[in-house]
Design a protein around this ligand. Sequence first.
Ligand SMILES: [Zn+2]
Ligand SMILES: [Zn+2]
Length: 186
Amino acid sequence: MAQRDSAVRLTLVPLDNAPTPLVKKVAARLRRIVPWTIKTSPPLTCQPCGNQQGQVDARDVLLLLPEGEWHNILTVGITDYDLTVPRLDFVYGHAMPERRTGVVSLHRLQSVSGSPAARQKALLERACKEVLHEAGHVLDLVHCQDFTCVMHYSQTLHDTDAKRCAFCPKCLIDLSRMPENVDPDR
Ligand SMILES: [Zn+2]
Ligand SMILES: [Zn+2]
């Protein structure tokens, strides 16, 4: 029997009004960081219902995304909606590992000061970190104590800016223990 391909395959999905060029830039940047196959899909219309504050429940968006078929096949949506989950004021992103899906919101990743070019650069960098973070959760990684690791929990933009767009050595070891990397014959 042919061995199952163990490479991670990540599809980024621009949702509703999320800018596709930015999503493509996120894919291009992440391809230089992780050895994964990363593609972008055409925009997906999801139009979830917002609450009274105009916020959208991240889980509603996740249920609209196509499910990954296998552990290493993931989908991460990128949206402009301000996302929330119960008991939190807002979230930068959320993941449903059981569906192999994650979602990231650009809404609170934007800078309010600086030149347009600097703001765009900061938004791209933060979006890359949050996408890698949610993809990490889909791959069963938990929050990391190392504040420079992309799996560190971001409560503020300061936290997001402090971490690198990369997994720390400990998280890389955890990733290497994914089911598809474990030889079933051993
Ligand atoms: Zn997290
Ligand atoms: Zn880590």
